[in-house]
Design a protein around this ligand. Structure first.
Ligand code: SF4
Length: 151
């Protein structure tokens, strides 16, 4: 069975900055489990940040909290932890929470904390992609499970 790296909050882990989760519907998770061994990771907590925590956004190469704290080092450490897990388990695909400054892929918040999205990747998604891992957002979950039905 293939291993799939997945943002832990999509599995219901309450590791989101607010202390909540971004849980996918239970039936969706069950469908994923029929095809993949799910390898959860939360790069922000893996990088040493607490939960709950202030929300952060990328500002170029830096990551800054809404109160101006520079959390770049924690985000980089978390990204490395995600890549280490992907390599350990041979994950070629990662299903990651969209728009997150860690997990987001393709579109992330612009650093103004106004909800505006710009092109870019979160720190972990960027590092995973650079290492050849295919990163998809949760809106692509159905595609992953459709591949399951087709087999
Ligand atoms: Fe979810 Fe990723 Fe944020 Fe952790 S860092 S709460 S896994 S989006």
């Amino acid at each position: 069975m293939e291993n799939l790296l997945i943002s832990a909050c999509l599995l219901g882990d309450e590791c989101k900055y607010s202390g909540g989760s971004n849980a996918l519907p239970e039936e969706t998770i069950e469908k994923l489990r029929t095809r993949y061994r799910l390898i959860p990771v939360c790069p922000e907590t893996a990088g040493g940040l607490p939960t709950p925590r202030d929300p952060s956004e990328r500002l170029g190469e830096r990551v800054v909290s809404c109160r101006g704290a520079d959390v770049t080092a924690q985000f980089k450490k978390g990204a490395e932890a995600a890549l280490t897990l992907a390599r350990r388990y041979g994950c070629t695909t990662a299903l990651m929470k969209e728009h997150s400054p860690s997990c987001g892929s393709g579109l992330i918040y612009d650093g103004s904390f106004s909800g505006k999205l710009v092109k870019g990747d979160g720190c972990a998604a960027e590092l995973l992609k650079a290492a050849g891992v295919s990163v998809v957002g949760e809106n692509m979950t159905e595609l992953l499970t459709m591949a399951c039905k087709a087999e």
